[in-house]
Design a protein around this ligand. Structure first.
Ligand code: LLP
Length: 409
């Protein structure tokens, strides 16, 4: 399914012509296709149908409450990494028994809320965290269901800034430390080890690291004869940003997961983010000015790196496409940049591009994941609006932040 497409010369998202939409709605804004999200979720669910995992959407990829609600209606759970995300998940109607809490530095306050709400799992990432959870549990007179995140020391073969499963990364506990911690766990009366979890990185485009991780987990669980209710394999499933990337085929992996679940006799959890929401969103921006430099022309947009960080942070490629196509060309190379006073505030360079004029609009594609959720108020710029489309209907799911509130808060 492709909810973003040209009809004639004009770009449509679902059944809405963005050219017409822009007559009434002011840029820049994020706009998402609800049906693309639904399609992506169902596709993922179907691949793993035989295992019937609990799919906990990674809220960090996009934590808009209305988007969490769409997923909640499909039966999704949520993976949260902060007290704020936890409250958003609850507000979206996600049942506590479908919420898992990950992260290396959860605070006492955050843990207390999670424990009080009786969420499914707190995935601990250190011995100290498990001790803290136990103490809070004792104080609140609760038995807390925890998981332990392991660091399997596996190279996910992805961008180094989004790799999390190698020994040099801060995430999870090494297998050695986990084994020594196991000896103490029985003395912790207010926690119960219900799960093991792993998450080796993001935007992974090869099945091999996933398969290797599964192998490591199986060996460990068998060796230690662990009796677990859940094994949480995290997220990380890559998407095709360029239109030429090798796409990830999860069918073989799903067969291994099925065998694993039978052998270990546990429920599987996944925490996909990008693969559910990544291709469902675009960022619409206006060409503010065009400036001809000696080496290239700069297309200066009204969206900045504060609105969309991925190119500045990871040199990420996101195709930029016009809202209305024309056949005339611009001469020479062009660079799409934003207004922020940083050289990294740029979105892409093209050797050739169709003719653009000031006040034309473009769409930065595949920004549904880690777009809005990574945005900031840098340069005292208000957070931009978010809009959700379903067929020919749309609704604002976040208004543009009020500048006066921003200044006075
Ligand atoms: N579970 C855990 C514990 C995670 O840390 C993450 C992502 C996920 C699940 C979801 O991973 P996904 O399925 O979305 O790959 N800002 C970066 C990505 C950082 C990912 C952090 N962890 C980017 O824009 O590429």
């Amino acid at each position: 399914m492709q909810s973003l497409r040209y009809v004639g010369k004009n770009l449509f998202l679902e059944k809405i012509s963005l050219k017409n939409f822009l007559k009434k709605n002011k840029s820049p804004f994020y706009i998402y296709s609800e049906n693309q999200i639904i399609y992506n979720f169902i596709k993922f669910k179907n691949i793993f149908k035989k295992t019937d995992p609990l799919i906990c959407f990674a809220a960090k990829s996009n934590s808009n409450v209305q988007i969490l609600k769409v997923l909640s209606k499909l039966g999704a759970g949520v993976d949260v990494v902060s007290g704020g995300e936890l409250l958003k998940a609850l507000k979206a109607g996600i049942k506590p028994k479908k919420i898992v809490f990950s992260g290396v530095g959860k605070t006492e306050e955050e843990l207390q809320v999670a424990i009080n709400k009786n969420i499914l799992l707190i995935n601990c990432e250190s011995e100290s965290e498990a001790l803290l959870v136990n103490n809070i549990g004792k104080r609140l007179k609760k038995h807390v269901s925890i998981g332990f995140r392991l660091n399997p020391n596996i190279d996910a073969k992805t961008h180094k800034k989004i790799s999390t499963g190698k020994a040099e990364n801060k995430f999870g506990l090494s297998i050695k430390s986990f084994k020594s911690f196991l000896k103490k766990i029985n003395s912790l009366k207010n926690v119960r080890l219900n799960a093991l979890s792993v998450h080796i990185g993001s935007q992974i485009l090869s099945e091999t690291p996933f398969k290797r991780t599964l192998g490591v987990m199986q060996k460990l669980i068998m060796e230690l004869k662990l009796n677990l209710n859940f094994v949480d394999f995290g997220g990380g499933f890559g998407i095709d940003y360029s239109g030429k990337d090798k796409t990830l085929n999860l069918t073989n992996y799903s067969k291994l997961v099925e065998k694993f679940a039978k052998k270990i006799n546990c429920k599987i959890i996944f925490e996909p983010g990008r693969s559910i929401i990544g291709n469902a969103g675009i960022l619409i921006s206006k060409v503010q000015f065009i400036k001809r430099g000696s080496k290239k022309s700069f297309i200066i947009l009204d969206a900045g790196m504060n609105d969309f960080m991925r190119p500045a942070l990871y040199d990420a490629f996101h195709k930029i496409i016009p809202i209305s196509k024309t056949s005339s060309r611009m001469t020479g190379a062009i660079e799409f940049v934003g207004p922020i006073c940083e050289s990294t505030c740029k979105f892409g360079v093209y050797k050739k591009y169709q003719k653009l004029n000031e006040n034309d609009y473009i769409a930065i594609t595949n920004v549904g994941a880690y777009g809005s959720s990574l945005s900031s108020n840098y340069n005292t710029r208000p957070l931009i609006a978010e809009i959700l489309i379903n067929k020919n209907k749309y609704r604002y799911i976040r208004k543009k932040q009020n500048i006066l509130k921003l200044i006075n808060s």
